[in-house]
Design a protein around this ligand. Structure first.
Ligand code: GRF
Length: 215
């Protein structure tokens, strides 16, 4: 069974969706630890409630971004994970950190990348007037909110949406696709080869607006 560690900075609802699927026996991974750069991240309590070890590496204790990343990667590597899962981890990572985890570092972003990288994605989508919005799971590369796309889920933008209603619609899809991507990795079907995602077909039956729909 593959081992993962999950990095969070706050609420941890994506982390919780993964832990729930692990607990239900439908996501065949061992979650070795949940790491946070903030001691007050709400998700840490959720992790403890699931019996998962937690660690805090507080970024404010490091003058340099590289020193923080080195401490964080020491903490991660202590758990020898096959996959590092960023789940609302709100730190920009150094190239060295990203390279160290090439092909085994994934992120979820609340937009259909490459549209709307960065923060306030739902506000950006509403300002642009797009009719379709969504979320993206991708392998992490040194460019922020960029990198080979693993899976995306799309939702409609409705006339009466505000940031909160749109965020909630997207978040429900985040909770569906992140466990899917981690499961593909756990099953050895998902790989990064020469900078491109390869995904072997399986028996999934994903919703029509989740792509790829792999059967
Ligand atoms: C999610 O929208 C995720 O896509 C983004 O940050 C948010 C984290 O939410 N990267 P949570 O902490 O998983 O609840």
């Amino acid at each position: 069974m593959k081992t993962i560690v999950i990095l969070i900075s706050g609420r941890g609802s994506n982390m919780e969706s993964l832990l729930a699927e692990v607990a239900a026996g439908v996501l065949p991974v061992r979650v070795a630890a949940v790491l946070s750069n903030r001691a007050d991240a709400r998700g840490l309590k959720t992790a403890v409630a699931h019996g998962v070890p937690t660690r805090v590496v507080d970024h404010r204790e490091f003058a340099e971004r590289a020193a923080f990343d080195a401490a964080m990667s020491d903490a991660i590597d202590g758990f020898a994970p096959d996959l590092v899962v960023l789940a609302g981890f709100m730190r920009i990572l150094t190239d060295g950190f990203v390279r160290h985890y090439a092909g085994r570092l994934i992120n979820i972003h609340p937009s259909l990348l490459p549209s709307f990288p960065g923060l306030h994605t739902h506000r950006q989508a509403l300002l642009e007037g797009v009719r379709i919005h969504g979320c993206t799971v991708h392998f992490v590369t040194p460019a922020l909110d960029h990198g080979p796309v693993i899976v995306q889920a799309a939702v409609p933008v409705l006339d009466n949406d505000d940031e909160a209603s749109l965020a909630a619609r997207v978040l429900a899809q985040e909770h569906a696709v992140y466990p899917l991507a981690v499961r593909w990795f756990a099953e050895g079907r998902l790989r990064l080869v020469d900078g491109r995602v390869t995904l072997e077909a399986g028996q999934d039956s994903a919703g029509a607006l989740i792509a790829p729909l792999v059967r």
